[in-house]
Design a protein around this ligand. Structure first.
Ligand SMILES: C[S@@+](CC[C@H](N)C(=O)[O-])C[C@H]1O[C@@H](n2cnc3c(N)ncnc32)[C@H](O)[C@@H]1O
Length: 296
């Protein structure tokens, strides 16, 4: 018997709710829309529409994955970041909206968007930070580095799909080891979850985001220590870095960067008003503080 959109959505919502999924209805709609190759908004208006067998089978398979707490973005294979589509892989973090705070913080300090800036993204994952910035800075070029070779492959694919492949280079590496040169803008969202807290994370994160992307060592600050050690040799004298923070890490992370001789220029909160990003400068003595603050 052919099921209708409404009946399938109601049944799926009940099952997802029982499995502890808080966004059950929305998730069911996104997965059914993908199976039917329709938009999720369109489904809302047509609850009586029949669902073809093939789409219903695709939806059932996707629903099983969501019931095992796999995130919708991983089931669909794609996540939107800075209004751009990014492919995901098993070795990439699923980009979070909070990380858009870094993009806004950097763009707020770039005086001339058409300048030929040099960008560096450390721990690039899908490449979302570097590629979002390149999409806004038409003459900039950038390097994205990740320890996970398959993340580098996904980031490279994303650059090509977004038409940014000529200005983005992705390579495998341990932070900046083997890298030469200085950069006008450095961005990084390092792994920052304290090791012992990982098991308590939501199943969507604990089971599906790669450990290498989460584990920030015993106190969650290992990534910040590595970045603090390298920023002085990687930033141009007037360059800036935007580094993502875990909730509550602000004071400890700021102290690490300042102890390494990196100037703290700004603290930026995300949309939920959690301090999410430190904006740092290369050499405190050479930063030109103008009306709009240090600029690149
Ligand atoms: C929190 S994820 C951020 C990914 C991406 N930038 C984003 O915001 O979605 C951290 C990334 O750092 C990478 N990573 C961890 N240790 C690294 C290291 N020693 N050198 C380079 N990358 C590393 C992980 O593989 C992961 O892709």
């Amino acid at each position: 018997m052919t099921e209708t959109v409404g009946a399938l959505l109601d049944a799926a919502t009940r099952r997802l709710t029982a499995a502890g999924v808080e966004t059950a209805r929305t998730d069911a709609r996104l997965l059914l829309a993908a199976a039917m190759r329709a938009t999720s908004d369109r489904l809302l208006g047509y609850p009586e529409a029949p669902v073809e067998d093939r789409a219903a089978r695709g939806f059932a398979a996707a629903l099983d994955r969501r019931l095992a707490r796999e995130p919708v973005s991983r089931i669909l294979g794609e996540r939107e970041f800075w209004s751009l589509p990014f492919r995901l892989g098993a070795a990439t973090l699923d980009p979070r909206p909070d990380s858009e705070t870094l993009i806004a913080a950097v763009l707020a300090r770039v005086v001339e968007r058409s300048a030929p800036l040099r960008l560096l993204d450390l721990g690039t994952g899908t490449g979302c930070l570097l590629l979002a910035l390149l999409s806004e800075l038409p003459r900039a070029r950038g390097i994205g580095i990740d320890l996970a070779s398959s993340a580098v492959a996904v980031a490279t694919e994303n650059a090509m799909r977004l038409g940014l492949g000529r200005r983005a280079l992705f390579r495998i590496g341990d932070w900046d080891r083997g890298l030469a040169g200085r950069f006008d803008i450095v961005v990084s969202n390092p792994p920052y979850i304290p090791h012992r807290e990982i098991e308590a994370l939501a199943p969507e994160v604990r089971r599906y985001d790669p450990r290498l992307a989460l584990d920030g060592g015993a106190d969650g600050l290992a990534g910040h220590r590595a970045l603090a050690g390298l920023l002085p040799r990687r930033l141009t004298p007037r360059g800036i870095a935007a580094i993502e923070l875990g909730a509550g890490q602000g004071p400890a992370a700021a102290a690490i960067y300042e102890a390494a001789g990196v100037a703290l220029l700004d603290r930026v909160a995300d949309l939920s008003e959690t301090l999410r990003c430190l904006v740092l400068g290369g050499n405190p003595r050479k930063i030109t503080v103008g009306k709009r603050g240090p600029t690149v």
